[in-house]
Design a protein around this ligand. Structure first.
Ligand code: CTP
Length: 217
């Protein structure tokens, strides 16, 4: 099958030397890409600045900002059997990007932010994507309820939920513990494992969804 995967953080510029971003390393999305390639699938990896290498055998599309990720996904999602949005896309970006480095002042400084576009949330209606759609939900409370809300709002078939408040799991590290939330309300807890092991399980689940739903966008 053909799979689109988004991975990593995005960066939203404040001035030529500063940006707003988050702690995502891209490890989970890259592990998913590796597992997909290992199973013989064609992978397009749309990624922000990664802390790990892009795996061999994928078509890599490098972006920096949320807006660039949106445009790349809109182009590449067509005809995909599955799309997995593991990227930690910035929800806000600075309203103004200073053309030159902002100099230090005496008092406080206020950074005004505006919302970015929701990439995953635009794939069904905005981009007309019709394949299997998988989202991630990074939560610090009410994990399953929030993940199910995201699944419905964004038109997903599956949301991979993880509790990012847990020490040693999730952001930046190699291990994670996730709960799979399905569109029919089913919930499946995967125990703590390496991101590679979890990716293997998730790839199997996505293969099943594609086989059941049919594919093509
Ligand atoms: N996502 C996206 N584009 C955005 C924000 C999020 O594609 N601008 C995707 C992420 O890749 C992930 C899912 O939406 O698959 C959920 O991301 P998350 O940060 O958990 O949720 P948000 O929708 O940003 O909601 P909140 O920050 O309020 O929890």
């Amino acid at each position: 099958m053909r799979v689109l995967i988004t991975a990593g953080p995005t960066r939203e510029a404040i001035d030529p030397v500063r940006f707003v971003s988050n702690r995502s390393s891209g490890k989970m999305g890259v592990a998913l890409a590796e597992a997909m390639v290992g199973r013989g699938h064609e992978v397009v990896l749309v990624h922000g600045p990664l802390a790990v290498a892009v795996p061999a055998g994928v078509v890599a599309v490098a972006v920096v900002t949320a807006d660039e990720m949106y445009e790349a996904v809109a182009v590449w999602c067509m005809g995909m059997d599955a799309a997995i949005c593991a990227a930690a896309v910035a929800d806000y970006r600075p309203v103004r990007v200073a053309a030159s480095k902002i100099k230090k002042g005496e008092g406080r400084m206020v950074l005004e932010l505006e919302p970015t576009r929701d990439v995953l949330g635009s794939m069904r209606a905005g981009m007309g994507y019709g394949g299997v759609l998988v989202g991630f939900a990074a939560e610090t409370e009410a994990l399953v309820a929030n993940a199910m809300g995201k699944l419905r709002r964004k038109g997903c078939d599956l949301v991979v939920a993880n509790d990012v408040s847990r020490e040693g799991l999730g952001f930046e590290v190699d291990r994670n513990e996730v709960i799979l939330c399905y569109a029919d309300g089913r919930v499946e807890e995967l125990g703590e494992a390496s991101k590679g092991e979890l990716a293997g399980v998730i790839v199997g689940v996505v293969e099943g969804l594609v086989a059941g739903v049919g594919g093509g966008g």
